[in-house]
Design a binder for this molecule. Sequence first.
Ligand SMILES: [Zn+2]
Length: 322
Amino acid sequence: MKKRLPFFILLALCVTAAPKARLFAQPPHFKAAVIPEHLLPGEPVSVAIAGAGGANLRLSLVSGRGRRLAKAVFWTLSPRVFVEGNIVQIALLTVPSTAKPGNAALRIENGDAVIKEFAITIGDRKFASEEIALNEQNTGIRAVPSALKTQQANRLWTILSRTGREIYTVSAFTSPVPTDTRRTSFFGDRRVYRYSTGKTDTAIHAGIDYGVPTGTTVRACADGKVLLAEYREATGNSVIIEHLPGVYSIYYHMSKLAVKEDSLVEKGRVLGESGATGLATGPHLHWEIRVAGENTDPDICSARPVFDRDALLAKLGGSYAH
Ligand SMILES: [Zn+2]
């Protein structure tokens, strides 16, 4: 005769096998808009909400298997925008270039409570592979740790992981060098570095490399504020510009810098001249975009605004003034 499991053990098994219960606490006047709803790895998405309440609102991108792929905090539009009397809040994040294609969800959370979940799809995207041989000097830059490099990496991450409050641009970005320039590396390239010691390491290329000769003028891709303009061991003469809360453009390996930290710049402002400083196997400009800390495809940011304020507010509906 088959042994029966006692009732309380069955109950315990059922409880542990069930998915983690989530409290859906959507407020009565809650509204939300998502642009776009079909995404590619490396693509930014913007979400506008109204009537959510709560000061600790967060947006998460969750895979079909329930794994959190990216997250961002919500910020309030300034000057304030209202939809049906409720304040509008925005969050921007990017689908990681490593995300698998398929169904996913954008989850709006207030603390532990889920306010709303949107079904989205992540498309399939192939990235190129490349192998880069590094000489002794470049091997040292990449593989040998130093206190200065750690300090510079910490400063960089402190900047890129911050979500500010200022909106400097709602336009698409423009390439920092002429767009017909030859590209020597692409966004999302799967790299293998071959060190002079014979060892190898892997990395994902975070931006686009333009093969421009040393001395080529490098321009700001959009209006913003210069948060970093300094020589870095790993990336040479470097500039970081803040454009939106959590949205930054980055320029590496320049031979000369022409801007100072804390200065406001307009799209097209000269930032410096390209070069081969830091870890570089030849003269080029590395251009990179970050959204909520995630590498973002600069070509997508050039084709449409990362934050299309008017389209997002129109989709959110209601009357607003800004
Ligand atoms: Zn690069």
